[in-house]
Design a protein around this ligand. Sequence first.
Ligand code: AHG
Ligand code: MN
Ligand code: MN
Ligand code: MN
Length: 336
Amino acid sequence: MSDDSPNTDIITLTRHVIQEQYRLGDAATGDLTLLLNAIETTSKFIATNVRKARLINLIGLAGETNVQGEEQKKLDVLSNDIMVNALRASGRTAVLVSEELDEAIIVEDRYKGKYCVVFDPLDGSSNIDAGVNIGTIFGIYKIKTDSKGTLSDVLRPGSEMVAAGYTMYGSSCNLVLSTGSGVNGYTLDTSLGEFILTHPGIQIPSRGKIYSMNEGNAMYFYPPVTAYLESIKFPKSGKPYSARYIGSMVADVHRTLLYGGIFGYPDDKKSKSGKLRILYEAFPMSFLTEQAGGVATTGTQRILDIVPQGIHDRCPVFLGSKDDVNDVIRFYKEVP
Ligand code: AHG
Ligand code: MN
Ligand code: MN
Ligand code: MN
C-alpha cells in the first residue's frame, strides 16, 4: 500500500499500556492497566460533560467552597464525583486524594486494590465559563509492601510515583501519560471513543522561546524571579521571549512539553508556598517534565524530592526546558 493509505494498525491507549507492561515485565497482574483504563474512561466522561456544559446547565458555581477556600464550580464537583466513583469501583485503588475533598478516601476492603491515585479532577476552573482549555491531572503510587493503604502511602516524594498524566479538554482531547519510561500523548478519536497514540516519546526541546507566568503578581515576586524575568524580556541577544499564559496548568504545561520554554508559579510575598498543590499538580507535572527530558524545581529544590506533610500542601513550581529552568535555578543561587 502507498504511504498515504489509511492506518489499519492504530495504537490505542490500552494497547500501548499493555505493550509497555510486557516490556517492563509487569504483565503478570495487569492491575495498572485496569486502573489506567478506569482513568481513561473518566476522562472521556468528563470530556463529554465539558463539551455540553453550556447546554446542560453545568456552567457556574456549585455553591460550596473546597478545603483551599476556592468556590467550587459545578464541573469541579461533577468531575470529582465521576473520578471517585470510577476509581473506587475499579477495585484497584486503596487511597484516593482529590483537590475537591478535604480528607483522603481510604477505600473500603471490598474494593481495595494496591494503588493510590492523587488527582485534580478539573484543572483551570476559572477558564470553564469562557470555554478555554481545562484538564484533569493524576498521579499514581503503589502502596508500600504490607500496607493496607494509609495516608503514609501518598505522603511520599513524587519520584516514587509509578505513573502520572493529564487529560486536556481543548480543541482536541489529549491524554498525556508516563509510566516511568518516557512520555506519550494520545488524542481522543470521538467516533471510536478511543485515545489513539499520536505523540509517541515526547521530548521537551532543551531550550524554548516562551515563558508562562502570571505576571499580574509581579509586585509580590521575590528578587530572583524578577531578575530572571528581566533577563528574558530584555536579553543581551536582543531576542526576547514570548509570553503565553492560559491560566490552566494543564494547558500551559501541555504547550511547554510540546514547544519548550518555561512555566512558573513561584512563591511570593503574598502566597508563601506558591499556589499549586504538590500532590496532584506539581508532582504529576514534574514527573512528566523529567520523563520528557526537562527540569522541574521550586527554584532551590528538585520538586520530585519534596516529602509533602499534608495532602493539600503547596510548593513553588518552575518546569520546562532544561536550559531555561537551569537559568532560573542560577538566579536563585546568585540573586539575594
Ligand atoms: P484549579 O482550577 O484546579 O484550582 O487550578 C488552578 C491553578 C492552575 O490551573 C493554574 O496554573 C493556576 O491555578 C492559575 O492561577 P492564577 O489564576 O493565579 O494565575
Ligand atoms: Mn480549584
Ligand atoms: Mn488545578
Ligand atoms: Mn481543580
